[in-house]
Design a protein around this ligand. Structure first.
Ligand code: SAH
Length: 364
């Protein structure tokens, strides 16, 4: 049963939780204790808060719920990448990917169910926009993944986060900011801001706003083209904010010392992979503290795009390098389980009833 005015505990910042605890007659230090249970110990319901006095727990239960996503599928790729499919209480499937390397464990998290941006080459776009994720649903992807890691690779911790899963993070601005605030809280997951990257297809006004936040994640821009003519077609958002406006906003972005902007460049055969593109790319980005991640297009069903040949990929990358741009080739990770960039589509949407395997919305 949905109680009006009920909130999710993990939608609250620490300050908001503390205000609530005090309002309910609890001592302020209880807020810290509760926050730790929710965000560090990754509790899945209020019942797990055993060392909180029962009267406070009961009072709390009249105002907040504590819910968790259900992990209903984990796929492990040959290269060690793991894709988690998580179910929301309203029966949607979202995806999150764990990407191990020697010194890091990165997680790629989703910010929306589906996406409104309709980039022509992306599998998530084909779902259309369904809804924004709540703050708690964003942070819980990290907690459920960390919980899984504790089982399968004890001792390993998630060190880096990229908002590059399903959805456009800057379309879900408030919840994304709040999730970063929670995930960097030293009483919780305690992730470093410099190890968090928010990726955008180029929502200029939101990007400007992000630059004014106290929080300071890295930014990544999905550029993917070097002319408006091409970008208009493959990323319709370009018709609203074209390359010139987007790059002006990036140039104005208050970048911290020693940080760089990442540009993602999905390589599409015959569309944006010529040596002329490489030269234009270098010109567009000249003078910017940045690096370019070249991502050879990952196939998904029903798409007419093609991945360039290894030779074409090499030729493009070499040309970019010749122009003096730092560039990295992103070898597809987890493409054998459709976990690579642009392949997240929440396939096998939860059939009705499957959601009952998890916790019902009122159970928290
Ligand atoms: N909406 C945000 C976050 C998604 S990030 C953004 O656009 O930045 C997903 C990244 O994967 C983007 O850089 C996108 O350009 C890239 N991408 C999408 N589809 C792809 C595909 N099929 N192959 C390779 N990269 C893809």
């Amino acid at each position: 049963m949905l109680v009006p005015g009920m909130r999710e505990l993990r939608d609250l910042t620490f300050a908001e939780l503390q205000a609530l605890v005090v309002e309910l007659g609890g001592k302020p230090f209880r807020a810290e204790q509760i926050f730790r249970w929710a965000h560090m110990h990754r509790a899945r319901s209020l019942d797990e808060l055993q060392n909180v006095p029962r009267p406070l727990r009961e009072a709390l239960a009249t105002r907040v719920r504590l819910s968790a996503l259900t992990v209903d599928l984990v796929q492990t790729s040959k290269d060690g990448t793991r894709k988690l499919r998580l179910l929301t209480h309203d029966g949607h499937a979202i995806e999150s990917v764990l990407i191990p390397s020697t010194d890091k464990m990165a997680q790629c998290i989703s910010s929306q169910v589906g996406c409104a941006l309709d980039c022509d080459f992306c599998a998530t776009a084909k779902l259309g926009f369904v809804r924004n994720l709540a703050t708690w649903e964003i942070v819980d992807q990290v907690y459920r993944a960390q919980e899984l890691l504790a089982e399968v690779e004890p001792g390993r911790r998630i060190t880096n986060l990229v908002y590059m899963g399903m959805g456009e993070p800057l379309h879900n601005y408030a919840q994304v900011i709040r999730s970063i605030e929670l995930l960097t809280d030293h009483r919780g997951a305690n992730l470093a801001e410099r190890r968090i990257t928010v990726s955008t297809a180029g929502l200029v006004t939101a990007l400007e706003k992000l630059g004014n936040e106290e929080l300071n994640p890295n930014i990544a821009i999905s550029l993917n083209a070097t002319t408006d003519a091409v970008r208009d077609v493959i990323m319709p958002v370009n018709r609203k904010w074209n390359l010139e406006r987007l790059l002006a906003a990036v140039r104005a972005y208050p970048l911290e010392r020693r940080r760089r902007v990442t540009f993602e460049y999905v390589l599409l055969a015959g569309v944006n992979d010529s040596v002329e593109d490489a030269a234009r790319l270098a010109r567009l980005l000249s003078g910017l503290r940045c690096k370019v991640n070249v991502i050879p297009w990952n196939p998904h069903e029903g798409s007419h795009y093609r991945r360039p040949s290894p030779e074409a990929i090499d030729r493009f990358q070499a040309a970019v390098k010749r122009h003096g741009l730092p560039t990295y080739l992103r070898r597809p990770r987890g493409d054998d389980i459709d976990a690579a960039c642009g392949q997240l589509a929440g396939k096998a949407k939860a059939p009705p009833g499957l959601v009952q395997l998890g916790r019902s919305p009122a159970a928290g």
